[in-house]
Design a protein around this ligand. Structure first.
Ligand SMILES: *Cc1c(COP(=O)(O)O)cnc(C)c1O
Ligand SMILES: [Zn+2]
Length: 433
């Protein structure tokens, strides 16, 4: 059997950690930890076949898009209960207008909004709540811009574990808050930003003995990395040129990179796609840090963007994400809220809905093609991280008077009025958006 251990990511340290403790940072230098494996010898061809076969199985562990690839995440002790809600197995869909608008490029969407709680966070949460549960942990906590909360609340409920959430006051969408409450979590609204809520949680966690499930938890990354196995399988194991993700706390970028790296190491792919991270201009510390070539993070003290899922000024995983860009020859771009809105509008014209943070990816591609950093007709996968219904306030807030008057009719309930209103609406040249 393959075996797992935790190791510090700092080049100057790289020390293995005491496997009986699930610490959040290195006991020696305070660096970030990652899960490492002594993998068994794999025959990639055989495993691909086994993974494919599992799609036909009715077993919950095989139906999950995370646990179907369990050979890639062998940290679960034999006999441990798997806490799953049948996450993953999300669609890969082509685009027409969005790819044309952004390039032209061959743009495919990996839609993580089709997860049990509506975001990619579910992939990480099934892994990390399974871990917590197997360690006998009875309470988990996180700070969140919203989606981690919804997801943690659901998986904790599933496992019968208490959930404690720290969210910035009035800074998360009502849909995300409602989900967390619905799943029975205890919600603490504290601070004006995610960074503030997270800092307070980290400070109080040791006192209360809290098990944190933020993306600094290395087991979250393990679940999230399976997205690349699933995406490659859906593409008959032909890697794209680029994989594009939005960047907030940078856990997702770290996970995508780790997944790619391991699949290459294990002989599943030869070419590794370049990983591209896109941040919002008002919350782009990673972009600024890389541009300045700084070896220290240049945080953004007052992050601001309507894409609340990526409104983060001190991304905890920035060193892991930087390593991923180095490994894959990737880069980071920054886009304005106006550009995000435009991208979201174009995606909607393809019938693809998503959260604003997700649309940042497509906006970033357009900018990079125009700057000549991504070649026209490149083969790209943009990861749309969250469901359209996560932030309907955003959609309604952005509707112009003109759109409203063309798209919404308030009609008296009689046939004459109805006929008149429809005649007018259906014959006037409808300005589509
Ligand atoms: C969490 C989240 C992000 C940011 O992911 P990180 O791993 O924090 O970089 C982006 N979009 C959505 C919808 C999210 O929920
Ligand atoms: Zn260390």
């Amino acid at each position: 059997m393959s075996s797992a251990y935790l190791q510090c990511i700092e080049e100057t340290c790289r020390r293995r950690q005491d496997s009986r403790k699930d610490a959040h940072s290195c006991a020696f230098c305070g660096g970030l930890l990652e899960v490492k494996y002594d993998f068994d010898q794999f025959d990639p061809e055989q495993l691909r076949h086994a993974w494919h076969q599992r799609r036909l199985s009715g077993e919950p562990i095989d139906r999950s898009g995370v646990w179907r690839f369990r050979e890639l995440i062998p940290f679960v002790e034999p006999g441990a209960r798997i806490v799953s809600l049948s996450e993953g197995s999300t669609p890969l869909v082509g685009t027409r207008r969005a790819g044309w608008w952004a390039g032209p490029v061959h743009l495919t969407i990996k839609h993580q909004g089709n997860n049990p709680t509506g975001s990619f966070k579910d992939l990480g949460m099934t892994a990390c709540i399974t871990r917590a549960d197997s360690r006998g942990i009875r309470m988990v906590a996180c700070a969140s811009t919203g989606n981690t909360s919804s997801s943690m609340a659901a998986y904790a409920a599933r496992a019968g574990i208490k959930a404690l959430l720290f969210v910035p006051y009035r800074q998360i969408s009502s849909a995300k808050l409602a989900q967390a409450l619905d799943f029975g979590a205890l919600v603490v609204e504290v601070g004006d930003t995610f960074d503030e809520a997270f800092r307070l949680l980290r400070e109080i966690a040791p006192e209360l003995g809290l098990y944190l499930v933020n993306s600094i938890n290395p087991f979250r990354i393990e679940g999230q990395k399976t997205i690349v196995a699933e995406m490659l399988e859906q593409r008959a194991w032909r890697p794209p040129d680029y994989i594009v993700v939005p960047g907030g706390n940078l856990g997702n970028a770290s996970a995508v990179g780790k997944g790619l790296w391991e699949l290459k190491d294990l002989g599943f792919i030869e070419k590794v796609p370049q990983v591209v991270v896109v941040q919002a201009a008002g919350a782009n510390p990673f972009y600024q840090t890389l541009r300045a070539g700084s070896s220290e993070l240049m945080p953004v003290e007052h992050p601001s963007t309507e894409a609340t899922a990526i409104r983060i000024g001190h991304p905890a995983n920035w060193k892991k994400a930087r390593r991923v860009l180095d490994w894959t020859g990737g880069f980071c771009e920054s886009v304005t809220d106006a550009e995000i809105f435009e991208a979201k509008t174009v995606l909607a014209e393809d019938g693809v809905g998503c959260e604003p943070a997700s649309a940042a990816t497509v906006a970033g591609v357009r900018k990079l093609v125009r700057a000549g950093k991504i070649e026209r007709h490149a083969d790209l996968v943009c990861v749309l991280t969250g469901n359209q219904l996560k932030d309907t306030e955003y959609i309604m807030r952005h509707r112009s008077e003109d759109q409203e008057s063309h798209q919404r009719l308030r009609v008296e309930p009689d046939l004459d009025s109805l006929r008149r209103a429809l005649e007018r609406a259906l014959t006037s040249p409808v300005e589509s958006r």
